[in-house]
Write a protein that binds this ligand. Structure first.
Ligand code: SF4
Length: 375
């Protein structure tokens, strides 16, 4: 709490992309440029209509997508102006924005800085030309290097690269080259995710037809371990299963999700967690633009909330303090999950020092097994 105001985070969703990547099942559309302005207007109206802003102080803002940088920068400026005009914002707030290397130039980046954006998250995914093509990304290796130079010239100091491993036919050496190249550029933060083939994506159909070569589970794990090793050797600190940073550059916005703190989502399909209620905005672009912003409220029980606190908190390497669980719910973690914690500790999946529980290395590899125990 800051004064009498409650701390809050804000997520803003921009659902547009130049082209759909072949593995993507995110809430985004390609080829909808004619809707940019109407969408921006709807977003600004939704922000302005939020009637409880007085009670909050904003600690982090995250513009995600989609590809937020695909829109004209003046629209980004109008959206951020609406948020900053509506809500009291901490002068040290983290203001992140996702960018695609092919969608920014120097002027755009300078404008983002002027609007207050102080952290960029760049969708790099790979430094292999071959793999970028397989993924259907719109940028190539050269686009990225040109973009990164502009990012530096524009004065951004806090920059994340998103990288993906276990890509079809990717070798361990190719992945190692990508991680080493990333590290050599000295970003402040790296997110490394294993590709998941989601149903309904072109990749899914290609795999079904045997057109793409899947990476084995063993190689998937080996790639993860190699990344961890290279990142550790280069001064990156792992603070979450997939996230590594230089000290002090952890993504404060994402930590809000993992610690089950409150946030407001604005935009198409954006999720909010407010006053112990989860809700999701409308997923239909035409409805949203028409001013029908809100979607459904998620029903969850108290037991769901306990479980969620456990599996979100355990994603972080620091794990969960029993005291924090008690402070959050007023209930003893041991009384609820003592049996599960004991079982998982005996299986070598959890570390339990009496005060804090956290995932072991093996627990990270089998995190789904661990999380299921709490459900
Ligand atoms: S840029 Fe991101 S959101 Fe857009 S299609 Fe590719 S993966 Fe999906």
């Amino acid at each position: 709490m800051s004064g009498l105001k409650k701390e809050i985070s804000i997520y803003i969703h921009i659902p547009f992309c130049v082209r759909k990547c072949l593995y993507c099942d995110f809430n985004s559309f390609a080829g909808k440029e004619e809707y940019f302005e109407a969408y921006k207007n709807a977003l600004v109206s939704e922000i302005n209509a939020f009637d409880k802003a007085e009670g909050y102080i904003v600690k982090t803002i995250f513009l995600g997508g989609g590809t937020p940088s695909v829109m004209p920068s003046k629209f980004t400026g109008e959206i951020l102006k609406a948020v900053l005009g509506k809500f009291k914002t901490d002068p040290n707030a983290e203001l992140s924005m996702e960018v695609n290397p092919k969608t920014v130039d120097f002027d755009k980046l300078k404008e983002y800085r002027d609007y207050g954006v102080n952290r960029l998250s760049v969708g790099v995914q790979s430094f292999s030309e071959r793999l970028l093509k397989i993924l259907g990304r719109i940028h190539d290796r050269r686009d990225f290097f040109e973009c990164f130079e502009l990012i530096q010239r524009a004065g951004f100091k806090n920059v994340n690269f998103d990288l993906m491993f276990a890509l079809p036919s990717q070798s361990i050496d190719e992945w190692e080259e990508t991680v080493k190249t990333a590290v050599s550029l000295r970003p402040s933060h790296l997110s490394v995710y294993s590709l998941i083939i989601e149903e309904g994506t072109p990749f899914f159909n290609m795999f079904e037809k045997g057109e793409l070569m899947e990476v084995s589970d063993e190689d998937d794990r080996e790639m993860y371990y190699r990344a961890k090793e290279i990142l550790r050797e280069n001064g990156f600190f792992q603070y979450e299963i997939s996230n590594f940073s230089k000290k002090g550059f952890e993504c404060r916005h994402n930590i809000v999700y993992w610690k089950r703190k409150e946030y407001i989502g604005f935009g198409l399909g954006a999720c909010s967690f407010l006053d112990n209620e989860r809700s999701r905005n409308n997923l239909s672009l035409s409805d949203y633009i028409g001013g029908n912003w809100f979607g459904e409220r998620d029903e969850f029980t108290e037991r769901d909330a306990f479980a969620e606190f456990m599996f979100l908190g355990l994603r972080m390497t620091e794990g969960i303090l029993r005291k924090d669980f008690y402070d959050y719910f007023g209930v003893d973690m041991e009384a609820l999950f003592g049996k599960e914690i004991k079982k998982l500790s005996e299986r070598g999946l959890l570390l339990d020092d009496g005060e804090r529980i956290s995932l072991t290395e093996r627990g990270i590899d089998l995190s789904n097994v661990v999380f299921r125990e709490f459900l």
